[in-house]
Design a protein around this ligand. Structure first.
Ligand code: PLP
Length: 386
């Protein structure tokens, strides 16, 4: 059978598949354990840490959306990142972006300090820096594009080709765009990692993660690790995440339209010194994003010319945007990376990555476009009054 349109997979995979009662919505199986039918014989499920029907359906749906052989569903996005790191042994090298999510940076740096493996953080848009790192024969190259929070875009297909030639596996953190707007496996990646906490669930009411694996053998290996270390996701979270995925494409489309309007407004405002949104033609990664992605997404960041005092006035004045970490929900959020999402990175690494103290990150939601812009306008006006 020809693979269905991914919008159909998101909206309907597993719908009306219950052969017991004919439920249209796939049932939620909360049971931690399953009855064996006989001595040493179970009916496909035995214990929910190992496998659970609700979690399996979510994994299957994510795998199909990502064009993967299978997906492992984990208890958080960090558990998903960490699961991929289980491929590395002491002495192995991992290449990671110098401007990755602060939690990923902290995990890699801490595990390196504990002697679990070596890490080199590089600017992957710098061909010489990337080539020098790949010459050291890493086992894994981690990519995050667009990057968090600066929205830098790197060429997945080009990096994957070079990384594979160097003998490395390639993992792309696809959290910021979701499979609705970017499919790393089709571009040559071995893994697409998600914090499902974000766009896949989309409603800011679960914490979860997933690793979609291009090869069934990798999925088996990571599935084994997820089970023995106990990091698989809860069935209830899987149920909610699948419910969120039903509207993924519609949400992404609408939120992107709002983000484009917000970016254009901010770019024209005198209190704003730079706007980082790949949808703007002024963005250095605009052409690449247009080619590599199916949309520009709904995340953006911007620098306030007035630095920390301006940030303080702005975040105190916003009414519709909520000052909070996380992203990808239906509601709009504003975060100050230096003191929130990227605090764990340390000041020096932030400076090296270009994350200034006047930088604010927006996750643009589904509210009315006019209300969002009015809110930003009045919050920016509050800076001038201080
Ligand atoms: N990857 C990216 C790009 C993120 O933004 C985040 C969280 O903000 C994570 C991974 C970690 O996900 P979680 O918070 O679900 O553990």
């Amino acid at each position: 059978m020809q693979e269905r349109d991914r919008r159909t997979i998101a909206a309907a995979h597993g719908v009306a598949s219950d052969d017991r009662y004919g439920t249209v919505t796939p049932p939620l199986y909360l049971s931690s354990t399953f009855a064996f039918s006989d001595y040493a014989t179970h009916r496909g499920y035995e214990y929910s840490r190992t496998a659970n029907p609700s979690r399996d359906l979510l994994g299957e749906t994510i795998a199909r959306l990502e064009g993967a052989a299978d997906a492992i569903v984990t208890a958080s996005g960090m558990a998903a990142v960490n699961l991929v790191l289980s491929l590395a042994r002491p002495g192995d090298l991992i290449v990671a972006p110098h401007d990755c999510y602060g939690g990923t940076y902290r995990l890699l740096a801490t595990r390196q300090a504990e002697g679990h493996f070596d890490v080199v953080f590089v600017d992957q848009s710098d061909p010489a820096a990337l080539a020098a790192a790949l010459a050291r024969k890493p086992v894994l190259v981690l990519i995050e594009t667009p990057s968090n929070p600066l929205m830098r875009v790197v060429d997945i297909a080009a990096i994957a080709t070079q990384a594979k030639a160097a003998g490395a596996k390639v993992a792309v953190d696809n959290t910021f765009l979701s499979p609705a707007l970017q499919r790393p496996i089709a571009l040559g990646a071995d893994f697409a990692i998600h914090s499902t906490t974000k766009y896949l669930n989309g409603h800011s009411d679960i914490v979860g993660g997933a690793v979609a694996c291009a090869a069934a053998t990798d999925a088996e290996r990571l599935g084994f690790w997820a089970n023995i270390t106990g990091v698989t996701g809860s069935p209830f979270d899987a149920y909610l995440t699948l419910r969120g995925i039903r509207t993924l494409f519609a949400r992404m489309e609408r939120q992107e339209a709002n983000a484009a309007a917000v970016a254009a407004f901010l770019e024209s405002h005198p209190a704003v010194s730079a706007v980082h949104y790949p949808g703007l033609s002024s963005h250095p990664g605009h052409a690449l994003a247009k080619r590599q992605q199916d949309g520009f997404g709904a995340m953006l960041s911007f620098d306030l010319a007035g630095g920390v005092p301006a940030v303080q006035s702005f975040v105190a004045a916003v009414r519709i945007f909520t000052l909070a970490e996380s992203l990808g929900g239906v509601e709009s959020l504003v975060a100050h990376p230096a003191t929130m999402t990227h605090a764990g990175m340390g000041a020096e690494a932030r400076r090296a990555a270009g994350i200034g103290d006047g930088l604010l990150r927006l996750s643009v939601g589904l509210e009315g476009e006019g209300d969002l812009i009015d809110d930003l306008r009045q919050a920016l006006a509050s800076i001038d009054r201080d």
